[in-house]
Design a protein around this ligand. Structure first.
Ligand code: ATP
Ligand code: MG
Length: 735
């Protein structure tokens, strides 16, 4: 990727809290915020994944440290930012007048920010630079002009490019500045003026922006992007003019919008994105910038910008997933947890957890759980959807950020029947999922039916997947067509039945063959458009869990698979439950962008409930019947859901019934007697705070949570138990 460099002022900004507040009198201020036009610009480009370096200077003070920490944190190389002892970091005090204009008190020219030195670090950085961005407003000293010209010479000498944002209103222009800016303009490839700045170099009397742009292009500038605030932006080059409206957002603080817009546009332009796409991402970054107080506080990552764009386009949250393969290809690290659970408490906890975070929440139902016949939960896809939507309303989670997925959709529940019959049922199920608006459909036709050859040939698997995709396409809302996940190397739904032995990681050849077979099968049915919405492939990365053990992700074992180029898709990993955070993070880094989690969430629910039962026994004079005892009775009365999964003698099996990673106990929670026992336990503990020492004794994992929430109730702890696992996934999938 190309390295982007800029030189100029690094300052802190302190802002009056209220519009119309005067800087002539005492009043509430907010800040310090890291700022400085070139710093904001680079920080936004770096947040989008562009390698960036800054040349500048700060004082050896808290304001300098604040800026350096922020720039470093967002990925900007600050090796050429000098930290000057005895100088103060630059600062700006800002107040918005009632009419929106600004009053400033600057300390820049006499601060560290004015000390731009062409030292060895700056020269080294310029020696690596592929692109230089010049902020006109930074050219306030001879040293700054000299630095810009040296940067231009270095970058151009290596065949690099230059972008230029004058960032100076015409009435602020001095004659020496005009000369310097004209020199910069002569070397500019991409010009990014704002409003009237497009006329800075225009023939006198010119008032038409399109004519001014044409004049600039005629002078050899490759492209012009005119920023017009709330009116949006317009792109011009020799062959096209593209208008990009601004997105409607609630503006909190307009400072920094233009710099974030510019940093984003240049980052995408440098990686060869189409101008229309670069404009969209830039407009998203500009819009998000104004939603936060402080010029750098709204800086966003590429997945965040894509998620914002997806919601703006009304494509639904699934468009967020659809962007994953392109994001991955662009070097980003997209990731999302897929919550595979039908337990209402788990779903509600996932929605509340997602409510306060960016991006969508993905909740999936499997073919055995939910289907046109009701599945083992008794729910059709429409019923499941309505149940989740009701929980979303209660949780205050916006429905447009919800993605519903269908998992293992294929003949699996009917595989004891001949293939023709089993596939007919699978097609009915698929029609229901698609009609109910499930946006992510996992086509899993890898299971052999009663009269099928063994092993099932890949072409037959792919043909059946295409048949089901055809049903989905015909039944989905044409304005919101689903995305698909394919893949035949699927572990048994619900976890492995036997103790783990060496797990076979999917081979690169097998993954490539699966993708190719599906492409052919889709093409044979005229489903090329649907195939473009195949965004993921399920592979085995080498993770699994049994009743009492977990195979942890080993990146070395998956290296060959991970390095195989499979354009257009990301990996989906199943059975990622119980992995350490670092292993989950490594999975995401290696391209396993969709991480399924199910049993771990109900395992955490069970663990917390059992802890609460023990707390009740310690705490209450007349506790309800111990929950483990109730569950033992239910599981012994109906061993169908556990007997085949829990090996060993009676003692081993008893242990696993109450503490197994396979968590077969989850099938018993919906039984009325279990629900009654849970309600009785929570009612008995009621709204009273649980003493910390009891939490420490019986729910040690939640001790940290309890420390932060002084009056912890049973309900809060139950939610926190599930949220702890969700938090691990949020951390692992965070950009
Ligand atoms: P600055 O004041 O930071 O120098 P600028 O004048 O260089 O800003 P603007 O045109 O204000 O740049 O903003 C750049 C882009 O950011 C706009 O084209 C628009 O897409 C987006 N933007 C700016 N303000 C808003 C807003 N209030 N709402 C939505 N988008 C906005
Ligand atoms: Mg500007």
């Amino acid at each position: 990727m190309k390295t982007l460099v800029s030189a100029g002022e690094i300052v802190v900004e302190v802002m009056a809290r209220h519009r119309g507040q005067s800087l002539l009198a005492a009043g509430p201020l907010t800040g310090p915020y890291p700022s400085g036009a070139p710093a904001i610009f680079l920080a936004q480009a770096a947040a989008l994944g562009q390698p960036c370096g800054m040349i500048g200077a700060v004082g050896d003070d808290a304001f300098g440290a604040l800026n350096l920490d922020r720039l470093r944190g967002l990925g900007v190389d600050v090796s050429a930012v000098a930290c000057l002892p005895g100088r103060a970091t630059g600062s700006a005090f800002v107040s918005y007048r009632a009419d929106g204009s600004r009053q400033f008190v600057f300390n820049i020219r006499h601060s560290a920010a004015a000390e731009l030195v062409q030292g060895p670090e700056a020269r080294a950085l310029l020696g690596r630079a592929d692109h230089l961005h010049v902020m006109g407003s930074s050219l306030f000293s001879d040293a700054a002009v000299a630095m810009a010209m040296a940067g231009i010479a270095a970058v151009k000498g290596r065949g690099g490019t230059v972008s230029f944002d004058p960032n100076i209103r015409p009435e602020m222009m001095t004659e020496p500045m005009r000369v310097a800016l004209a020199d910069v303009l002569a070397a500019t490839d991409l010009f990014l003026p704002s409003g009237d700045e497009i006329f800075l170099f225009a023939p006198p009397g010119m008032t038409d922006a399109d004519a001014a742009a044409a004049d600039l292009l005629a002078r050899g500038i490759r492209a012009v992007v005119l920023k017009c605030g709330i009116q949006g932006a317009v792109y011009f080059d020799a062959t096209q003019r593209i208008a990009q409206p601004a997105f409607a957002v609630a503006e909190v603080d307009p400072t920094g919008a233009g710099d974030c817009f510019g940093g984003a546009f240049v980052a995408l332009w440098l990686r060869g994105a189409a101008p229309a796409q670069a404009l969209q991402v830039a407009a998203a970054c500009g819009a998000l910038a104004v939603t936060r107080q402080g010029p750098m506080e709204g800086i966003c990552t590429l997945p965040h910008a894509e998620a914002f764009l997806a919601t703006q386009h009304g494509d639904g949250a699934a468009a967020w997933l659809a962007a994953f393969p392109a994001l991955r290809q662009a070097g980003a690290r997209p990731g999302i947890a897929s919550v595979c659970s039908a337990h209402p408490r788990v779903i509600a906890a996932a929605l509340r957890h997602g409510r306060d975070r960016d991006g969508p929440v993905l909740i999936e139902a499997t073919c055995n759980q939910v289907n046109h016949q009701g599945g083992y939960t008794g729910q059709t896809p429409a019923m499941f959807r309505d149940g989740v939507l009701a929980l979303a309303r209660q949780a205050g989670f916006p429905a447009d950020r919800l993605i519903l997925g269908g998992d293992h959709l294929g003949p699996n529940p009917w595989r004891h029947l001949p293939a023709a019959q089993a596939m007919a049922e699978a097609a009915r199920m698929m029609a229901d999922y698609a009609q109910a608006g499930f946006a992510k459909l996992h086509l899993d036709t890898s299971m052999a039916c009663a009269d099928d050859p063994l092993p099932l040939p890949l072409d037959l698997i792919a043909t059946r997947a295409a048949e089901l995709a055809q049903v989905a396409e015909a039944n989905a809302n044409p304005a919101r067509l689903p995305v698909y996940v394919i893949g035949s190397e699927v572990p048994v739904p619900g976890g492995a039945a036997e103790p783990l032995h060496a797990l076979a990681v999917t081979t690169p050849a097998s993954a490539a063959a699966t993708l190719a077979a599906h492409r052919r099968a889709f093409a044979a049915r005229g489903l090329d458009a649907a195939f473009r919405r195949v965004i993921g492939i399920v592979v085995q990365p080498g993770v699994e869990f049994g009743s009492t053990d977990v195979a942890v992700y080993a990146p070395d074992a998956a290296r060959a698979l991970v390095q195989t180029p499979l354009p257009g898709v990301v990996f989906e990993a199943h059975s990622t439950d119980y992995q350490p955070t670092d292993a989950l993070r490594a999975l995401v880094s290696d391209g396993f962008a969709i991480l399924k989690v199910g049993p771990w969430l109900t395992f955490a629910l069970r663990e917390t409930l059992y802890g609460l039962a023990a707390i009740a026994a310690d705490m209450l004079p007349d506790p309800p019947e111990p929950l483990p005892q109730v569950m033992e009775r239910l599981m012994l009365a109906d061993p169908a859901h556990w007997a085949a999964y829990y090996p060993g003698d009676a003692v081993d099996q008893r242990l696993q019934r109450h503490a197994s990673y396979s968590d077969r106990i989850r099938y018993y929670w919906p039984q009325p007697e279990a629900e009654g026992a849970v309600s009785a336990l929570l009612a008995a503990l009621g709204p009273r705070p649980i003493p910390r020492p009891l939490i420490s004794r019986h729910l040690g994992l939640l001790d940290g949570f309890a420390a932060m929430h002084p009056a912890c109730t049973a309900d809060m702890l139950l939610e926190a138990g599930i949220a702890r696992v969700l938090g691990i996934y949020a951390a692992a999938t965070a950009p």
